[in-house]
Write a protein that binds this ligand. Structure first.
Ligand code: HGA
Length: 618
């Protein structure tokens, strides 16, 4: 998704802005731009394609200044083009960068056109630039900070939608305006300098101290101070926001020995799982529910039902958790994609816990679903998230943090398996009262063994790499699984389509004969996830149906299940693991398969076409 960087400093900010944009590249974008104020005039450069293209342009234009804003754009309104790239300007005075969508842009555009404003782009963002210009003219005072912030507030009050934005005005070369309404924005603290960014990762080269703006916050930032206000306060009263130190280190830009971030993140999973489960067990193996927040134990004891809401990969994590919660904790569970849930009439059974799952904690649909749920009488809300200071975490009653570290690859890997690990832990917490002590101990031991099992599956990479060549000229693939491994198959199919662009569909294996079997012929690879469990014999019958039609089976199986290879069947054997953690372990080879197929296809693994990390628009 789009990214914002801004800086105000005694030094030239152009290199800071460029480095910030490079650090945001992983999120996916189609164009980039920078504007700085130099000798009271705005200088701007924009380019479609990669930040490297913009960098080349900047070198020849020698753009420099001590205040500036920059942007990577992932188009929502208007095609990717130089004219539509940000910063958008109003006349020669005002420059704006914006993430999100201004929903009432058409009406505002008509009104501004009636006032004589001429539009140079198709974006909703340009409306903000002209609207701010318009309000600035109307605020009839000296051109001081007061005038600037008043015009800003009036502009924000006229906007509908979810956005983060930053504005420069040439009459105020010492002030950076910024606001957060539904899309993340942080202020970075420096020494006699300040920065803004839509993600702290963009600024880690210059600071590790951040103010996470809260919903409705807007601010005027100078070198020495920041004045933060809130749209929810009726007057212009300053509000206090804490400065938080970023604790994860600056690993974002570092792929280490790996060719891609995705591969690095796949291999980080043993560490990520260990860190995500750390602090969740007491010395005697008790489950430390207090890590979820104050009074969590008492609330969780009252849970009679769970509603999980999430998107994409996180949705698949929720689907696996449903099997766990019902089987182990005896608690009914529903799982729904956020984009549907948020617009539906819902009936909320008594004592239902509302759980959201999101890697970034800024996923627009999931956040909106949480806000919607808060009006519906749920028992409490719990966010499962990889980013501690994110909006989802801050707005939920309780939080269950994965500690996977920043995930840069657009295709989620370590975020998924760590979400699953903490969901299994949560199941044990919710089911505590009804689970026999022996089963609880078994489950805890299984969870603790996870990092080692995942490490041994990673050692299968060469065998999986050899399989990848087979997919080079395939256009379609089926993924099959049963029980908890049906959502694992869904996630495997999603990974393959995201990064290799091969059409992949997942089915519960028992559904095959109800339709998809018609697709199976000698050209169709069928990938199955087949651990040893009580559904294995059923699954084997489904695989016979595929073989009988000449389909090519690639099976991820338990080494103890003695599957046999033949011309149409290739088996990759995984170690025998406890049934409950098997979905986590069996997800890993599917990630490796998608990765190596994408390599064979020559696609951009970390930044697949049309996709973006942290989906902050609806
Ligand atoms: N609506 C703006 C910004 C899009 C965005 O935030 N994408 O993530 C545009 O289309 O330029």
């Amino acid at each position: 998704m789009c990214g914002i960087v801004g800086a105000i400093s005694p030094r030239n900010v152009t290199p800071i802005l460029l480095e910030g944009l490079k650090r945001l590249e992983y999120r996916g974008y189609d164009s980039a731009g920078v504007a700085v104020i130099h000798q009271n005039r705005l200088q701007r450069e924009r380019e479609i394609g990669k930040v490297a293209g913009l960098e080349a342009k900047l070198q020849s234009s020698e753009l420099s200044g001590q205040i500036g804003i920059a942007h990577t754009r992932w188009a929502t309104h208007g095609k990717p083009s130089v004219d539509n790239a940000h910063p958008q300007m109003s006349g020669t005075d005002v420059a704006v960068v914006h993430n999100g969508i201004i929903e009432n842009h058409e009406r505002l555009r008509d009104q501004l056109a009636a006032h004589g404003y001429v539009f140079a782009s198709d974006t909703d963002t340009e409306v903000v630039a002209h609207l701010f210009h318009y309000h600035y003219q109307l605020v009839n005072t000296e051109p001081n900070d007061e005038r600037l912030i008043r015009a800003f507030r009036e502009t924000l009050e006229a906007l509908q939608g979810a956005y983060a934005l930053s504005i420069l005005h040439t009459e105020h070369p010492g002030a950076l305006l910024c606001a957060k309404v539904g899309s993340p924005l942080v202020i970075g603290e420096g020494s006699e300098e300040h920065f803004i960014g839509s993600d702290p990762l963009a600024l880690l080269q210059v600071t590790d101290r951040f103010i996470y703006l809260e919903e409705g916050d807007y601010a005027l930032v100078t070198r020495d101070e920041k004045r933060i206000y809130s749209l929810s306060e009726s007057g212009m009263v300053e509000v206090e926001r804490p400065i938080v130190r970023y604790e994860h280190g600056d690993h974002a830009a570092d792929r280490g020995e790996f060719r891609h971030f995705m591969l690095k993140e796949i291999h980080e999973q043993p560490r990520a799982l260990r860190d995500s489960l750390a602090g969740k067990f007491g010395q005697a193996g008790e489950l430390l529910a207090s890590s979820l927040g104050p009074n969590a134990e008492n609330i969780l004891r009252c849970v009679k039902q769970v509603q999980i809401v999430s998107c994409g990969t996180s949705y698949h994590a929720g689907l696996v958790a449903r099997y766990w919660l019902e089987a182990l904790a005896g608690v009914p569970c529903s799982v729904e994609v956020a984009s549907e849930f948020r617009y539906r009439q819902v009936v909320v059974p008594e004592n239902t816990l509302f759980v959201t799952i999101s890697q970034s904690g800024e996923t627009a649909d999931t956040l909106a679903a949480l806000r919607f749920a808060k009006t519906k009488g749920y028992l409490a809300s719990l966010a499962i998230c990889n980013v501690p200071g994110s909006s989802l975490v801050r707005e939920s009653d309780y939080r269950l943090l994965t500690n996977a570290g920043p995930e840069i690859g657009v295709a989620s890997t370590k975020a998924f398996t760590t979400q699953l690990a903490v969901l299994l832990w949560l199941t044990a917490v919710i089911g505590q009262a009804q689970m026999p002590a022996a089963s609880r101990v078994e489950l805890i031991n299984a969870l603790r063994s996870l990092p080692d099992h995942v490490a041994s599956v990673l050692a299968l990479e060469p065998a999986i790499e050899r399989l990848a060549a087979y997919f080079a000229n395939k256009h379609h693939t089926l993924f099959l699984g049963r029980g908890t491994h049906y959502p694992v198959a869904m996630e495997g199919a999603l990974k393959l389509k995201e990064i290799s662009y091969i059409h992949a569909e997942a089915y519960a294996a028992g559904e095959l004969k109800h339709g998809p079997l018609a697709l199976v012929d000698e050209e169709m690879p069928v990938v199955t996830v087949a651990p040893s469990n009580e559904l294995l014999e059923k699954l084997k019958s489904n695989l016979q149906e595929v073989q009988a039609r000449g389909g090519q089976l690639i099976n991820f199986v338990c080494e103890e299940a003695h599957f046999k290879d033949n011309d149409n069947v290739t088996n990759v054997c995984l170690p025998k693991v406890d049934d409950w953690i098997a979905p986590i372990v069996y997800s890993v080879p599917l990630q490796l398969l998608a990765y190596h197929v994408a390599l064979v296809k020559g696609t951009d693994v970390d930044k697949p076409r049309n996709l973006a990390k942290s989906v902050t628009v609806e």
